[in-house]
Design a protein around this ligand. Structure first.
Ligand code: BG6
Length: 310
């Protein structure tokens, strides 16, 4: 696997050049989203990008489980699935050539370009040993001059033999887009839009708390919080100093939001994070990760995130 090869990375660019995005086939991981020359995503320079481990940055796709095995004990064998699932470490296929409409504009006249990726459970090595349901994933990445929309379509494939237990039983999964937003400083960036929501504080034995103050400003403190929902219309990450930021929107079927930053002590133990890297991002991660979705055979679940630069 040579991730430096041009074949393993898909570049999206608007005809005017006003925005660009890069997607690795490894994990279908978006690793760059630029508007007006400004990078909106964080990518660790200490991360190998050789397919040996998930990317520390960009938008790793979490499916079919969120978190470690210990979170999924006695649950349909789901404790056997690798931490944060397999989508982020599988090699995906490019489904379509990067396709803008002929004039590179959508129906409203705005420039846009889309690339689509696919992953089938059939192509995941050894999956029979840890996940019983057959699936097809399709992932559309759409760029406009100010937005990046990422849509993950999850289909529970009907098995050819209808008596097969994997078809009879709904497919159980969690999914989340693990978005690393680049910020000038994670200490002073402000995260707003989650006020009043309950959350599981994973830095405090997953105690349930309620967010009283808005915005969240981490000020160098670790955060590992799973907000329970409902899906907020937007979570804004503002850079501070009038410098703008990024608005995170999502489909209503993604009620949960993880807000994660490891802070200094934990970051020092992470080999794939460059020195001081924790100060350069906050993760705002929309998904459905509290309990499991159940999808009957033949049906598709679509989880969408839109990042909007402001
Ligand atoms: C977050 C989790 O979403 O991902 C954290 O809430 C976890 O608990 C973090 O540490 C990073 O996970 P990983 O597997 O990419 O190191």
């Amino acid at each position: 696997l040579d991730l430096s090869s041009e074949d393993s990375i898909v570049h999206l660019s608007l005809p005017s050049g006003s925005a660009t995005a890069d997607v690795l086939l490894f994990g279908a991981t978006v690793i760059s989203f630029k508007t007006g020359q400004k990078e909106r995503l964080f990518l660790s320079s200490a991360c190998p990008l050789d397919g040996s481990s998930a990317v520390r940055g960009g938008i790793p796709l979490i499916f079919p489980v969120f978190g470690p095995a210990s979170d999924h004990k006695d649950n349909h064998g789901l404790e056997k699935v690798p931490r944060h699932g397999i989508a982020r470490t599988a090699m995906w296929k490019l489904r379509s050539e990067v396709g803008a409409k002929e004039d590179g504009k959508d129906d409203s006249g705005e420039e846009q370009v889309t690339a689509s990726f696919a992953l089938s459970s059939k192509d995941v090595k050894g999956i029979a040993g840890f996940y019983q349901w057959p699936f097809e994933l399709e992932y559309d990445v759409t760029l406009t001059s100010t937005t990046l929309t990422t849509s993950l379509h999850i289909t529970h494939v009907a098995s050819s033999s209808s008596s097969s237990s994997s078809s009879a039983e709904p497919m159980r999964f969690q999914t989340l887009q693990h978005t690393y937003l680049h910020v000038p400083s994670s200490l002073s960036a402000s995260i707003s839009g989650l006020q009043g929501q309950s959350y599981l504080d994973k830095t405090d034995s997953a105690a349930t708390k309620t967010l009283q103050s808005d915005p969240i400003v981490l000020n160098g403190k670790e955060s590992d919080a799973v907000f329970l929902g409902p899906a907020p219309p937007a979570v804004d990450v503002a850079y501070g100093g009038g410098e703008g930021g990024v608005r995170v929107k999502r489909s209503p079927n993604c009620p949960n939001t993880t807000v994660w930053n490891p802070a200094e002590e934990k970051a020092n133990g992470m080999k794939d994070l460059h020195e001081g890297g924790w100060k350069e991002f906050v993760c705002v991660e929309p998904g459905t990760v509290v309990g499991f979705e159940e999808l009957v055979a033949g049906k598709t679940f679509t989880a969408t995130q839109t990042l909007e630069a402001f």
